[in-house]
Design a protein around this ligand. Structure first.
Ligand code: BDR
Ligand code: CA
Length: 295
């Protein structure tokens, strides 16, 4: 099993990704580090704790990270994820007390374990990861894979014409991480928009504890009357387990650091940094693999 740290801002699709990671038994989750994004840090942390409680995992720590982006104010998406970040669903009480110092904790894990053996799966704005890269470069170099949900490469954005929520939330952090020499893999909207849950898919997940909660989460996500919703963050988990489901191409990219509508957007740039980008996905294969986490 991959040994992973999940950096997250739950968030409805984050919740599905986390429940999949815990329910599938195919990840060794060392900890959840939280970041402000879909909602404030207090809520993303409370939601992370509730999700671990669903899975009965009092052995997995929750570490609180950044309360706001490096230099900006964040973007309000209460309309999508609800005022509690999880569409109002009720989760069991926490099994553990959250700790502060997510970035230092990540650095310690990386130093205390053999180099290359810990992956980070980043599901939110990259504030915590940028601090790791900037403040603990020796530890960051010991990372295994860094797989990030964020950005869009060849397709329109979901915040600005070319910008995606996670990268737009903290453009400076995105630039630090993509240009930090770590060879990350990004899972952009180009693929995550194609992997969608509709009500039939949701109903097929029911029947286990994880599956029932995941179905509730996705029902909340579908409440806006849309036929189907994109499973952005779960695609990171799927790529970690089955990279062959994706076509991955390296592009030379930089990050728009302006104050305009496309702040945080990826720009093709021969002088930028090489970034491995998942650009196509086997959709039926991805949806089938995701379902296996809830049986
Ligand atoms: C990303 O933004 C968040 O709202 C989702 O959780 C996902 O990580 C998609 O743009
Ligand atoms: Ca997220």
């Amino acid at each position: 099993n991959p040994r992973v740290i999940i950096d997250t801002d739950p968030g409805l699709d984050d919740a599905v990704a986390i429940l999949f990671a815990l329910g599938s038994g195919r990840f060794d989750v060392l900890g959840l580090t939280t970041v402000a994004g879909n909602i404030g840090l207090d809520r993303t942390t409370a939601n992370a704790l509730g999700l671990l409680a669903v899975a009965g995992r009092g052995d997995i720590p929750v570490l609180m990270g950044a309360e706001r982006p490096l230099r900006r104010w964040g973007i309000d998406v209460v309309a999508i994820h609800g005022s509690d970040g999880l569409g109002g669903i009720t989760l069991p009480p926490p099994l553990v007390t959250p700790q502060t110092g997510a970035v230092e904790w990540m650095a310690r894990q990386l130093r205390d374990n053999p180099a290359g053996t810990i992956d980070i799966l980043a599901l939110g704005p990259l504030t915590n990861i940028a601090r790791l890269v900037a403040d603990h470069p020796d530890a960051a170099k010991r990372l295994g894979r860094l797989i990030i949900m964020g950005g869009t490469v060849d397709e329109p954005g979901n915040v600005g014409p070319r910008s995606e929520f996670n990268f737009a939330s903290d453009p400076e952090a995105t630039a630090i991480v993509l240009q930090g020499g770590l060879t990350p893999t990004i899972v952009p909207l180009d693929v995550t928009r194609r992997v969608r849950a509709d009500m039939d898919y949701v109903n097929a997940l029911r029947g286990t504890m994880h599956g029932d909660v995941t179905a509730q989460v996705l029902e909340a996500y579908l409440q806006d009357g849309k036929q189907s919703r994109p499973l952005h963050d779960p695609c990171v988990m799927l790529l970690a387990l089955a990279p062959d489901l994706f076509d991955i191409e390296t592009r030379m990219l930089s990050v728009d650091l302006s104050d305009g509508a496309d702040a945080g957007a990826l720009q093709p740039n021969p002088n930028g940094s090489p970034v491995a980008c998942a650009l196509r996905v086997d959709v039926p294969g991805a949806l089938a693999l995701l379902k296996t986490g809830f049986v």
